[in-house]
Design a protein around this ligand. Structure first.
Ligand SMILES: *Cc1c(COP(=O)(O)O)cnc(C)c1O
Length: 218
């Protein structure tokens, strides 16, 4: 499956300068990433630690790797040396581990807290109460090697535009309510990025639209 260069150019024009495109390359070969890189893309998103640590060394060093999957604490150490933004932080425990591993690498790692906005139970993320208590905790205030830049969320897997709009609006509200110095609101994927942007997103994570459909894994 080749990269859709025309779609990419179209999308870049559509997003303009205010919305960052993260090209989600999970399950796709390095050659697909190189093809998009050659067109100018630098932000790429991966979901699996092993896949990311296998791909990254062979690819250009100026790629900004976004970890967008569910990250297990015991795997943070593998990506801490090079990851650009960890988008799916959904617990204090995970954030603490990122802080610890970042300190070991002499880095400050940018993170997004993942909030649960979808109706599905299967999606990860903090609810508002958990978000508020994490941000207010003394443990959080003591972390020196992470920097929370904003929020990330996934809307329901649904065609119902009114439902998606409502979920994105909730995220935007949380973003404004809790992060006076935040700059990143990551929401929107191939099927719903336009709606997400209309509701305030400034970072979209787009995979299948650029790389074609994924064959299911696992
Ligand atoms: C896979 C994935 C995407 C991209 O999904 P597409 O529908 O292929 O654009 C975005 N965000 C997360 C968290 C993902 O896991």
């Amino acid at each position: 499956m080749a990269v859709n260069a025309e779609k990419y150019q179209e999308l870049i024009r559509e997003l303009g300068t205010k919305v960052t495109l993260v090209a989600v390359s999970k399950t796709k070969p390095a050659s697909d990433i190189e093809a998009l890189y050659a067109l100018g893309q630098r932000d790429f998103g991966e979901n699996y630690v092993q896949e990311l640590t296998e791909k990254a060394p062979a690819l250009p060093k100026d790629i900004r790797w976004h970890f967008i999957g569910h990250l297990q604490s015991n795997k943070v150490k593998y990506i801490a040396p090079f990851v650009h933004l960890i988008q799916g932080v959904d617990s204090f425990k995970l954030l603490k581990e990122i802080d610890k591993q970042a300190a070991k690498c002499g880095r400050v790692i940018d993170c997004l807290l993942q909030v649960h906005i979808a109706t599905e139970e299967t999606k990860f993320g903090l609810d508002e109460e958990e978000l508020a208590s994490l941000l207010a905790s003394s443990g959080f205030a003591a972390m020196r090697h992470i920097r929370v830049r904003g929020l990330m969320g996934m809307a329901s897997f649904s065609e119902d535009q009114a439902l998606l709009k409502k979920e994105f609006t909730v995220m935007h509200t949380l973003f404004q309510r809790y992060g006076k110095d935040w700059s990143v609101l990551s929401m929107g994927m191939s099927s719903d990025y336009r709606l997400a942007i209309a509701e305030g997103s400034n970072m979209v994570r787009v995979g299948s639209l650029l790389f074609g459909a994924r064959t299911p894994v696992g």
